[in-house]
Write a protein that binds this ligand. Structure first.
Ligand SMILES: Nc1ncnc2c1ncn2[C@@H]1O[C@H](COP(=O)(O)OP(=O)(O)OP(=O)(O)O)[C@@H](O)[C@H]1O
Length: 256
């Protein structure tokens, strides 16, 4: 089956179950190159499982996942690991920074794992930390930072190797509301400026909406919103208000 021409990542008919309990029940989705796509839904609706299937961390029981022309669902473990290391970035609500390393060394880790030279990795890490407004923390240990700053470092680490797709699974869940909006804005602005496609899972649609409207620069957070309920695609985001004419309307007309 041919991928839709604008989709960098797409999936059809995904099923997944944990010990026989269904978590995904026939989910299809297409992600366009360079877009920020929010996956919204209540707790337990399958957002994390979907992101894990799309990123090759989990193999679906049924269905297909394609990244460009690569059939992720049929790749072996080593090939999926390589894909994740080189082409994908991942951030979640509890990203673990290595306490023994400085902030910049943490941010540089993906490049060092890729075999980049020390100087190049350091320079790229510093640039991303500056972009995310934590450049002045670069030489400190993670323990010296506030939680919101640590989350920005985790965003820098997820973006430092310029992944094609960033998977962000509730990346701001542990933060206070103001910090959430700021971190989300920093993440989306950084991704947009580098053409990085983002899949953002959130059970808090209203938060994402607030982050968008609070962004006076107009760097809107999500281009589209896809809803999940009980492991199935929902017609609208499952929580929060649905503003007229918003991305949710676009999500309803997805051709996936
Ligand atoms: N490791 C696991 N073992 C057993 N069941 C699991 C596991 N992970 C998730 N589940 C179950 O699968 C379903 C979907 O969970 P998932 O974490 O994908 O949803 P979610 O929308 O991301 O939820 P949350 O917002 O709470 O993270 C839920 O019923 C959940 O309890």
């Amino acid at each position: 089956m041919a991928a839709p021409p604008d989709d960098v990542l797409w999936a059809r008919g995904l099923h997944y179950a944990y010990d026989g309990s269904p978590a995904l029940q026939g989910v299809s989705i297409g992600v366009r190159e360079g877009e920020i796509l929010a996956v919204a839904g209540p707790r337990g609706s399958g957002k994390t499982t979907l992101l894990r299937c799309l990123s090759g961390q989990l193999l679906p029981l049924k269905g297909e996942v394609w990244f460009n022309s690569a059939p992720v669902h049929t790749l072996g473990r080593a090939a999926r690991e390589r894909l994740r290391l080189h082409r994908f970035g991942w951030i979640d609500s509890s990203p673990r920074l290595v306490p023994e390393l400085t902030v910049w060394e943490n941010a540089a880790l993906p490049l060092l794992l890729h075999g980049s030279g020390y100087r190049a990795a350091r320079s790229a890490a510093h640039a991303w930390l500056e972009r995310l407004d934590v450049g002045d923390c670069a030489s400190r240990p993670p323990s010296a930072l506030l939680q919101a700053q640590r989350q920005r470092v985790a965003v820098a680490r997820a973006l430092v190797h310029s992944p094609t797709v960033l998977f962000a699974d509730e990346p701001t869940a542990p933060l206070h509301q103001n910090d959430r909006a700021q971190v989300l804005r920093a993440l989306s602005a950084a991704a947009r400026s580098h053409g990085i496609t983002v899949l953002l899972a959130s059970h808090d649609f209203t938060l994402d909406q607030a982050a968008r409207t609070a962004d006076a620069t107009g760097a809107a957070l999500a281009d589209r919103i896809v809803g999940l309920t009980d492991g199935r695609r929902a017609r609208t985001p499952a929580t929060g208000a649905v503003p007229a004419g918003s991305e949710s309307a676009a999500a309803c007309s997805l051709s996936v």
